[in-house]
Design a protein around this ligand. Structure first.
Ligand code: NDP
Ligand code: NHF
Length: 331
């Protein structure tokens, strides 16, 4: 059984803890919050025995071997470094690190602690539907690019409109639509087509200076991939990967619950499974498989693949931001 510790007590941590429990692979032992009452409440709800409001104490006294980090984006880096030094396996929420400088430091640190495993929690690429898309893509004789859309109005934008600056809409916390939702579309693109040769990002900035929505174009040798994402508007458009006359259709680029193959005369067939289970379950299971048997050669291959993908996504996110002159605090 994997002994789990958590940082961050928002709804997403609750969802991960439920997925971890459902997987049957993890026990939640230690809860950290900046406020002890919050930690106690979270621990009580989830039957965890240890609570901390002191981060150093959490790392030195907490009885956990794997840490799930769901703090604001800009804080992941320092917490991840502490975790690695304390020999805790790491599951870091997307986007794991702000820029290649941070990512490279983490990679260097991991080399000093070769027994520590690091995962970026990009839930979409771990779903069986994503694997179905990968397989179907190989069967298409012609591939002519894709468009991935993930646009969901954030209730936190109401706060922005009222004059506040929630973390996810703040440059101080490495927020913005590209970081928060666009990251999934970047994972889709790189996970399916590899690293682009060229890229550009056209953001729509909001009052706080972050991108509320935007469109990115990733240029590949033979086609382009268009990424659309927004936290200040909704979209119900599907995402599509283009063949010649046929295509693969995804209901949602961030949470792939249904995949259809549309043939050359427009007939649509569902491929994969229609999923309405906890969207974090597949990743929780994948991470547990590696943590429980890191020496297995197929596990090592998967681990290496996800690590490389995390590095590539980090790099592309940074270059996209650079192309749009969006810089975070401290950069
Ligand atoms: N995979 C997914 O589907 C989702 C992933 N995420 C990711 O999870 C992470 C957290 O996102 P979200 O919950 O929106 O973030 P929040 O800004 O709500 O913060 C998350 C938690 O971090 C702690 N926290 C808040 N502010 C600070 C601060 N200034 N300094 C230190 N700790 C702080 C709080 O825990 P406490 O008060 O207990 O210390 C809070 O519950 C992000 O990386 C995001 O991208 C988010 C939603 C969905
Ligand atoms: O990853 C995410 C997906 O959904 C959330 C909202 O619906 C986002 O804010 C979040 O960061």
């Amino acid at each position: 059984m994997i002994n789990l510790g958590i940082i961050g007590t928002n709804w997403i941590t609750q969802q991960f803890v439920e997925a971890a429990r459902e997987s049957g692979d993890y026990t939640l032992n230690a809860v950290y919050s900046r406020h002890i009452e919050t930690a106690k409440q979270f621990a009580k709800k989830n039957n965890a025995k240890e609570v901390f409001d002191d981060l150093d104490q959490f790392f030195t006294e907490g009885t956990f071997d794997t840490l799930y980090v769901a703090s604001p984006n800009s804080i992941h880096f320092e917490q991840a470094k502490q975790a690695i030094i304390h020999k805790k396996n790491l599951i870091v929420e997307k986007p794991a690190f702000m820029n290649p400088k941070q990512m490279n430091e983490i990679i260097d640190l991991l080399k000093q602690y070769p027994d520590v495993l690091y995962f970026e929690a990009a839930r979409n690429i771990h779903t069986s539907n994503f694997h179905v898309i990968q397989e179907k893509l190989h069967e298409l004789p012609t591939v002519q690019g894709a468009q991935f859309t993930y646009s969901k109005y954030s209730s936190r934008y109401d706060k922005v409109l009222e004059g506040e600056e929630p973390n996810v809409f703040s440059l101080n916390f490495a927020g913005g639509a590209l970081q928060d939702l666009g990251v999934y579309t970047v994972y889709d693109a790189i996970g399916l087509f590899g690293k682009p040769k060229e890229l550009v990002y056209y953001p729509q900035l909001v009052r706080t200076g972050v991108d509320g929505k935007g469109t990115a174009v990733l240029g590949y040798e033979k086609f382009n991939v268009i990424l659309n994402f927004s936290k200040i508007s909704n979209s119900y458009t599907t995402s599509e990967i283009y063949g010649l006359k046929d295509l693969i259709q995804l209901d949602d680029a961030g949470e792939i619950q249904q995949v259809n193959y549309v043939n050359d005369v427009g007939e649509s067939f569902m491929i994969g499974e229609k999923s309405n289970k906890n969207p974090m379950l597949p990743e929780a299971k994948d991470f547990a498989r590696i943590i429980n048997d890191p020496e297995d050669s197929s596990n090592q291959k998967d681990y290496r693949r996800w690590l490389d993908l995390s590095v590539d996504v980090n790099n592309v996110l940074f270059k996209l931001r650079q192309s749009a002159h969006i810089m975070f605090k401290g950069e």
